[in-house]
Design a protein around this ligand. Structure first.
Ligand code: C2O
Length: 590
């Protein structure tokens, strides 16, 4: 019933790393050889027809340091298996995935499988101090989960400190065997990961900022599959960066992932149209656009018909920011490269990325997204609401005598800046350990004010490790309301353990009397990460059908660090099928 595929070369890489600490140079050479091996093998495995219905897939993630040069400067970074971006995890819907994570670095590590539902398996979700204690240096932990009812692109990333800046990769969930895509099958599929790069050590960047109470330095560039691209100041030639190789007349599917820490991005391909077919591992009604908007934590599959002649075409990833907040304004580039094009001589067709503050481009993209809502892939929008919640999301200012201005910038949900507990909340819940968290998270703002106006006089937040408790199967409507405190800002909010339906969106303050009239309860987009518009609100609905402790936070890492996070605690239902599984034996201790 279960055929097992082992990834022997991946294992061998790990062993090389472990013993290789003595001779750096030899290790580096060996690594290069091994990686090309891994790549070849992964390719073979992916093309290999999968003959059984549900299988177990084994991966080994060795978390290791590696020197990496970008923008003419070299620094050591934390990686999985020495790769940046990290390895792609391939599986089919219904598969069981086992990933052994071995921590060879000096930092505590956890890995989150962003968007994987983790039905009843919350122990393997990954956010440090929420579902698990971190994997300490020299330790390991096997993540074990099943991909139930999901197919498409997701991502994995470190979920502790700022390690996800380089510790991230794609999750590709193919449909079940013999189940086609609900769109014409592409000739080829390519993973395109957008990222952000700092020349300095990112842990130092955030630590200094936290000490000073000030916002951290912005990044030095954006990247496409790890590279700033041919137009970067340090590029050695117009051949630098990632190349998407295509053949004229064929259609390609790009699995685009925003793995940047702090920035929402626009993505464009010069001279080509993109047809969106899936976001966050949910099929959409196909629509065609020349620019996509993607927030950190979101994934978007597009079909790209290579319908131009020979030549090279510029691919761009550029930031979107429609509030007065500093961002890294560098555009990452790559090239789409037609076969039969003589590389060096071929002219490059360029494109201009949208302006930084192109709100209309962003809004028109968001408004075009609809669930496919077909017979086979219905949109099961909850129509009745058991828990109607309104959470304000934004920043605040708290006193800090040791900080530069005597105060520090913080962030909050309903005026609570979430404080990470010293031990994992899920364990505290399961073993009834008191004193770790309280279940009194406010379902509504503790005091009302004109949220998107000039704000209250007192900008101070409360600290707390508070969760909102839900009975099994409760239906939830959650209004995420941006505040204008200091400045309104777009917040990409991510909910662990669930997909939700984005039923409504608007500018200004949510009005409980009139705003719901415009809700889409028929085919709203279903996803796991949603942008709350700057100075506006977003309404989401979900069913609490997954027992456990589930993190909700802004996927701008700086805001998570500042406290824009909370958790839902969903109680067990009746019987084992509605209950959290037993904790794994190798669950790390704090
Ligand atoms: Cu992708 Cu809690 O994160």
């Amino acid at each position: 019933m279960h055929a097992e595929t082992y990834y022997p070369t991946v294992l061998r890489v790990g062993e090389v790393d472990r013993e290789g600490e003595r001779r750096e140079i030899k290790k580096e050479r060996l690594r290069k050889m091994e990686y090309s091996w891994v790549r070849a093998l992964v390719l073979v495995i992916c093309m290999f027809p999968l003959l059984v219905d549900a299988r177990t897939r084994h991966y080994k993630f060795n978390v290791v340091m590696r020197n990496m040069t970008r923008l003419c400067s070299t620094k050591p970074i934390v990686t999985v298996n020495g790769e940046f971006p990290g390895p792609t995890l391939y599986a089919r819907e219904g598969d069981n995935v086992l990933v052994k994570v071995v921590n060879h670095v000096k930092y505590n590590v956890t890995i989150h499988w962003h968007g994987v539902r983790q039905l009843r398996t919350g122990w393997y979700d990954g956010p440090a101090y929420v579902t698990q204690c971190p994997i300490q240096p020299g330790q390991n932990f096997v993540y074990n989960f099943t991909l139930t009812g999901q197919r498409g692109t997701l991502l994995w990333h470190a979920h502790i400190l700022w390690l996800r800046v380089t510790v991230h990769g794609a999750i590709v969930i193919l449909p079940k065997l013999r189940v086609p895509y609900p769109f014409p099958a592409p000739h080829k599929e390519l993973v395109v990961i957008l990222g952000e790069w700092w020349k300095s050590d990112t842990e130092a960047v955030i630590n200094q900022a936290m000490q000073a109470g000030l916002p951290p330095n912005i990044s030095d560039c954006h990247t496409i599959n790890g590279h700033p691209g041919p137009l970067s100041t340090c590029a050695s030639s117009s051949q630098d960066g990632y190349k998407l190789q295509v053949e004229s007349g064929k259609t390609y599917m790009l699995r685009i992932i925003n793995a940047a820490l702090n920035e929402e991005l626009f993505f464009k391909v010069a001279g080509h149209k993109l047809t969106v077919v899936e976001v966050d591992a949910i099929y959409t009604k196909p629509f065609t656009t020349d620019t996509i908007l993607i927030t950190p934590g979101q994934t978007t599959n597009v079909l790209l018909p290579a319908d131009q002649g020979a030549g090279r075409y510029l691919v761009t990833a550029s930031p979107f920011m429609d509030s007065p907040i500093a961002v890294d304004n560098m555009t990452a580039t790559a090239t789409l490269h037609y076969a039969n094009t003589v590389s060096a001589s071929a002219a490059l067709t360029t494109t201009k990325p949208p302006p930084l503050n192109a709100t209309p481009v962003a809004s028109s993209f968001i408004d075009s997204l609809r669930s496919l809502n077909s017979k086979q892939y219905p949109a099961k929008v909850p129509l009745k609401v058991d828990h109607s919640l309104l959470f304000t999301v934004g920043v605040g200012v708290n006193p800090c005598p040791t900080c530069v201005n005597g105060s520090r910038v913080v962030a909050d949900v309903n005026n609570v800046s979430f404080v990470m507990p010293p031990t994992a909340i899920l364990q505290a819940h399961y073993y009834n350990i008191s004193g770790v968290f309280t279940d009194d998270f406010p379902g509504n703002p503790p005091f009302t004010f004109n949220y998107t106006g000039s704000g209250p006089k007192n900008l101070q937040t409360m600290n707390g490790t508070r969760v909102y408790r839900l009975p099994y199967n409760a239906t939830v409507q959650l209004i995420l309301q941006d505040t204008g405190i200091i400045a309104p800002e777009n917040h990409p909010i991510h909910l662990h353990g669930f997909n939700f339906f984005a039923v409504g969106r608007g500018l200004g303050n949510f009005n409980p009397k009139t705003s719901p009239n415009k809700f889409n309860l028929v085919d709203p987009i279903e996803r796991n990460t949603i942008g709350v518009p700057s100075g506006g609100w977003t309404a989401i609905r979900f069913v609490a059908d997954n027992p456990g402790v589930w993190f909700l936070h802004c996927h701008l890492e700086v805001h998570t660090t500042w406290g824009l996070k909370m958790a839902f605690l969903v109680d067990n239902g009746k019987g084992p099928n509605e209950s959290l599984i037993l904790p794994p034996k190798d669950l790390p201790a704090c």
